[in-house]
Design a protein around this ligand. Structure first.
Ligand SMILES: [Zn+2]
Length: 380
């Protein structure tokens, strides 16, 4: 095993700034992030640093930026909530930096800059990096990416060809510009290998990145949109091609800070210290429970700051309720004084505090009603 490298300890903000600055140097315009409450996802929240946020204004943005722009976007994935705590690299709310180049899918305009950023700017150990590319029976081999990575010095044995289920992206529904059709194209991912003992990964029993042990961490993905795909899976050359390169900031921070999981990065440090004081009933699952509380509460605060509604029924309200209730359920399991915790850790976030306190009162009322009923009917 290669000795554990000493990294810079950069946090998400510093990584984002470095990425955006490098792109600005190369003529990319820096754009602000979108609100998490974007019209394109009316029942949910923005889920990735994708084209969807800029699609409606694309002509204007291209006219203003020349088609090269970069930004850092907070993203919320409610469907990942269940894996929070058990998967060391998954958060419900996380941050992605993205760079778009509209009008070009030349690998040479994307991958060399990304490689420089990862290995020089961040100083990641090259011997721990793995790269995947499309090698598929139906959609062919992404030779262009393979050649470009190889020319950058990525050895053949570290270039892993995978099928369409891993390395081919297609839009699920038509874009907001309906006549556009469904965009698609190959993508190529960069993984970082950590010192996690896992026989399945050690023996390459499954494709890289499939295992949830956290040994192989996907840190970047570059997508090249060259075609549309019709209902018969036929590829139609796209009028406007583009390349997108994204980074997972919390995952990179985890690696650079040399911590075991994203929940132990500095992003959560202050709250984690505060929460620790309130744990009355510690157990072997305390760390997982605290991680879930940290994730859900920070997502709740960020979404509220973006204008999310109070917890309730349906759509966004339901997702807010789920975050609130799940986090408080774990606080109760640790026998924390929930009101006290909320007051203490949310001292700088005044709006959600009342939302959360109200939600907690509702849960308690439900519990006491159930207990009363049980008592009346004689059930225990
Ligand atoms: Zn594994």
């Amino acid at each position: 095993m290669i000795p554990t490298p000493q990294y810079t300890g950069m946090d998400c903000h510093a990584i984002s700034e470095a990425f955006l600055a490098l792109h600005e140097q190369d003529g990319f315009a820096r754009l602000p992030p979108s609100s998490l409450l974007h019209d394109s996802v009316p029942m949910s929240f923005v889920m990735s640093a994708g084209l969807i946020q800029v699609e409606n204004d694309l002509d204007k943005i291209v006219a203003e930026t020349g088609g090269k722009f970069a930004f850092t976007q907070p993203c919320f994935r409610h469907f990942d909530m269940k894996q929070v705590g058990s998967d060391p690299t998954r958060l419900s709310l996380f941050h992605m930096s993205a760079a778009f180049h509209i009008g070009s899918t030349e690998r040479e305009t994307v991958l060399p800059r990304l490689w420089y950023f990862l290995t020089q700017t961040l100083g990641l150990d090259k011997d721990r990096l793995w790269v995947t590319y499309l090698d598929d029976a139906e959609f062919g081999c992404d030779e262009a990416s393979y050649q470009c990575w190889n020319a950058l010095g990525v050895a053949e044995e570290r270039l892993v060809g995978l099928g369409q289920e891993h390395c081919f992206w297609r839009q699920r529904s038509t874009g907001q510009i309906a006549s556009d059709g469904k965009k698609c194209g190959p993508h190529t991912e960069v993984f970082y290998e950590r010192d996690v003992a896992c026989p399945a990964c050690e023996n390459r029993e499954q494709p890289i990145g499939n295992c949830r042990c956290g040994r192989f961490v996907e840190i970047s993905n570059s997508l090249f949109i060259e075609n549309y795909i019709d209902d018969d899976r036929k590829l139609i050359p796209a009028g406007t091609v583009f390349a997108e390169c994204v980074l997972g900031l919390e995952r990179l921070a985890m690696i650079l800070q040399n911590v075991s999981c994203v929940y132990h990065t500095r992003r959560f440090e202050q709250w984690r210290k505060k929460l620790a004081k309130y744990v009355v009933a510690p157990s072997c699952s305390t760390d997982t429970a605290v991680s879930i509380i940290l994730d859900h509460l920070s997502a709740f605060v960020a979404l509220t700051a973006n204008g999310a509604p109070a917890p309730g029924q349906g759509g966004r309200k339901y997702l807010m309720r789920k975050l609130a209730r799940e986090s408080m359920k774990h606080m109760e399991a640790l026998k924390m004084d929930v009101h006290q915790v909320l007051q203490d850790i949310l001292v700088d976030a005044p709006i959600p505090l009342c939302y959360l306190s109200e939600e907690y009162s509702k849960i308690n009322k439900k519990v006491s009603c159930k207990e009363t009923k049980k008592r009346k009917t004689g059930h225990t």
